[in-house]
Design a protein around this ligand. Sequence first.
Ligand code: TXA
Ligand code: MG
Length: 321
Amino acid sequence: MKILDQDGVVGIPTETVYGLAARIDRPKGIAKIFQTKGRPLFDPLIVHVADQVMARKYCSEFSLIAETLANKFWPGPLTLILPKNDLVPDLVTAGLETVGLRVPRSPMTLELIGKVGVGLPAPSANRFGRTSPSLWEHVEQEFQGQVFVLKGPAAEVGIESTIVEVNAHELTLRRPGMISKFEIEFCLKSAGTHFFWSSDETGRVTAPGQLKRHYMPDVPLVSVGSNISETQVGPLFIKNLDQIPVEIDGVVVKRPTQIRSVIQLKLPTDQYLAARVLYKELRELSKKADLIFYRVEDFMTTDAWSPVFERLTKATLLTLN
Ligand code: TXA
Ligand code: MG
C-alpha cells in the first residue's frame, strides 16, 4: 500500500494472471507501469476494482447489460469495456473514451483495492510481448526482483480475462477468454436483457493495442506437422531461420543459430486445465531446451479450446510442415 501511495508499482495476484498495478490517481505510478514493462503507450490498461460500486465510479454509464454481466461474472475473469468519465486518466485508456473494468477474484488483491480505496490499472506483469505470469515467482524473475510482488497462489484460470465491449445494446468480443461467448449470451438471455453481437467482429478479435504476436517464451515456440520427427525439428528450424522476422511488433526476436536440444509441449485435452498450465509450461520448458515444439491435435481446434489456442498461436514463432 505504501509503495502504491509513493507512485510505485506492485505485482498483484489475480485468478487469470499476475498484474502490475499502480493507483489510478497517481500518473507517475501509471507511467512506471509502461516503463517497467516496456509497453507502448497506445495499449490501454484494465482497471481493477473492488466491486460494482467502485466500477460505477469510473463510468459515465453503467447499463443494464453491464449490471447483468457484472452480477453474474464478478468477481471473475470478465473485463467490461464501458464509457469512461473524467476520473479515468487518458494514460490508462490510451486516449479512448471507454475504460476496461474488472473485479478480480483474488482475496488478497480485493483486500488491497479495498484498503487503497481507488481502482488499480494493471496489465499482465510480464515484459512486453512475453509470456504472462501465472505464479508470483514468474513476476520476480521477469523484473529481476525489482518489483515488489504480493505472494498469492498460482492463478487458477491461467490465461487473461475475456474482454467484452458494451455499447448500448451492442456487444463486441474484444479478447476471448475462459468465460465464453455462449456463457455471456446465456446469462443475458436468461435475464431477458435485449442485446446483439456487433457484426464487425465476425470471428476477428481486435482490441486496441492487441498485436499479432504476443506471449512469446524465451526460446522459439514452433508448431510442427505430424510427418516431421523430433530429430528433424532442430535442423529444419535452422534451415527456415530466414522466415523469422528480426522484430515482431517492436519486440526483438531471439534467433538462435544453433539448436542443441528441443522439447515437446504437451497440453491437457481439457481446456480449463490447459489454460491453467499453458504459461507455466512455456516458462519451464524454455529453461530446459533451445526450442519448444508442439503438434496441433484435433481437440485444440474445438470452440471450447479456442481461447487457449489463440494464445498458443500468438506465441508461436514458426510453423514447420
Ligand atoms: O486477466 C486480465 O485481463 C489481466 C489481469 C492482470 O487482470 N490483465 C491483462 O491486461 O491481460 P493486459 O494489459 O495484458 O491486456 C489488456 C488489454 C489491452 O491490450 C487492450 O487490448 C484491452 O485490454 N483494453 C483495455 N482497455 C480497453 C479499452 N478501453 N477498449 C478496448 N480494449 C481495451
Ligand atoms: Mg498482457
